[in-house]
Design a protein around this ligand. Structure first.
Ligand code: NAD
Length: 397
């Protein structure tokens, strides 16, 4: 097996999505059908953390390069607004057509590429990956995140830490908590009140698209706060689960974005907010869009379209940062373990709660500047990381 790793940063400077990226490498091992791109966008805040995506539907290399450039830049913005001491990076593996997951050999090759970057890029799970693959990578390089903290601590776990203090390895409950805080902050802003008593959601109607890992926890939190939750799902098993959990469930094919609601929470896939669906939201009386899905806006201008219709938009990469906050805090600790800085479950939640304040600050600044919330979030992120600034963030993951 011959693994070739080439620095292609200078070769791709003319790409539309190139944004002063610090380093982009192409790696290949034809013996095992491995090809990947790794992009480090900005490390001014710290090592670049971002997942590794396995995707077999790239039509050509240009598509894969554009993807890794956009996604890595998105991670710089996300990590900066989450106030993590981490920069932005991403890896994409160009998958073999017809496959959805890498082979262990491919994962080990990717890990060698990550290792060659000497800690400037830290990889984690993304589309087409599972914890098992990250474990395979961990056998080759220590620059991985998103594994149970016991595994990444290198035997440095503080002995007196109780089991209930250990943070979850699964980021989705943390993502749900951050989205819940974003929804609370949004509802309070729309009503022009401070939600000190935590009662703001009582009686509010929340529509949730998708009942996956994040949404299930989110729906429970919303219901516990007195919100009236309606769910739509395309998967029969998850639909049945939502019903069994006591939620109002729309019939398959019924458009949830047109269903009367105060808040719409996109928790399925991206691109939900577009020219066709914005009129549905207006018809439904929706005043807030806040959910966990990545890349909710089909195009950056849709943030303005929402604003024109008085629909408040919680920028997706801010609202859904709970997961990366948890993974990031665990990674930072594992690099320099100390008892005092151990990221207990409670400490992680404390940091995620801050999403409430960040969302509130975005809304206040957007009101003052007469600008859309996505644009303000990008500006605030840019203030948090010195370096590259450019076109609107299209994708964070
Ligand atoms: P998931 O796959 O568990 O859940 C997504 C659900 O959406 C699935 O049950 C799927 O059947 C459903 N769905 C897909 N299309 C639909 C449609 N048109 N209508 C109704 N339901 C539909 O994924 P997840 O981990 O819960 O993540 C949800 C979203 O949040 C994704 O966009 C993901 O990228 C993003 N996100 C997740 C995390 C995390 O911690 N898991 C963190 C940040 C962002």
């Amino acid at each position: 097996m011959t693994l070739i790793i080439n620095d292609i940063t200078n070769k791709i400077r003319d790409f539309a999505d190139f944004d002063g990226h610090e380093k982009v490498v192409m790696a290949e091992d034809t013996d095992i059908r491995f090809k990947a791109y790794v992009a480090i966008h900005n490390t001014n805040r710290g090592p670049a953390l971002g997942g590794c995506r396995y995707w077999s539907r790239y039509e050509n290399d240009e598509q894969a390069i554009s993807d890794v450039l956009r996604l890595s830049r998105g991670m710089t913005y996300k990590n900066a607004l989450a106030d993590l001491p981490l920069g932005g990076g991403k890896a994409v593996i160009v998958g073999t057509p017809g496959t959805r997951m890498p082979t262990p050999d491919i994962m080990r090759a990717l890990a060698k590429v990550v290792d060659s970057l000497q800690g400037k890029y830290v990889t984690a799970e993304d589309v087409g990956m599972s914890v098992d693959y990250i474990l395979v990578a961990r056998g080759v390089t220590r620059h991985v995140a998103g594994l149970p903290i016991e595994m990444i601590s290198g035997g440095q776990m503080p002995e007196e830490i109780g089991l209930n203090e250990i943070p979850n390895a699964d980021p989705s409950p943390y993502t749900a908590f951050g989205v819940f805080e974003a929804i609370r902050a949004s509802a309070a802003h729309v009503r022009g009140v401070n939600d000190k008593a935590g009662e703001i959601l009582r009686g509010m109607r929340v529509s949730v698209k998708g009942y996956g890992n994040v949404a299930r926890t989110l729906c429970r939190m919303l219901a516990d706060s007195g919100a009236v939750v309606t769910v739509s799902e395309i998967d029969d098993g998850r639909l049945a689960q939502a019903r069994a959990d006591g939620f109002n469930v729309l019939a398959k094919g019924e458009e949830i974005m047109a269903y009367p609601a105060d808040i719409y929470a996109p928790c399925a896939l991206g691109g939900d907010i577009n020219d066709i669906t914005i009129p549905f939201l207006v018809q439904a009386g929706v005043k807030v869009v806040a959910g966990c899905a990545n890349n909710q806006l089909a195009k950056p201008y849709h943030a303005d379209e929402l604003r024109k219709r008085d629909i408040l938009y919680a920028p997706d990469y801010v609202a859904n940062a709970g997961g990366v906050i948890s993974v990031g805090m665990q990674h930072v600790w594992s690099e320099t373990p100390a008892r005092e800085t151990f990221p207990t479950h409670a400490k992680v939640l404390h940091r995620i709660r801050h999403i409430h304040d960040v969302i509130k600050a975005i809304y206040e600044r957007a009101d003052m500047a007469g600008a859309n919330t996505a644009e303000i979030a990008n500006r605030m992120a840019e203030e948090n990381f010195p370096g590259q600034k450019g076109t609107p963030v299209a994708q964070a993951a």
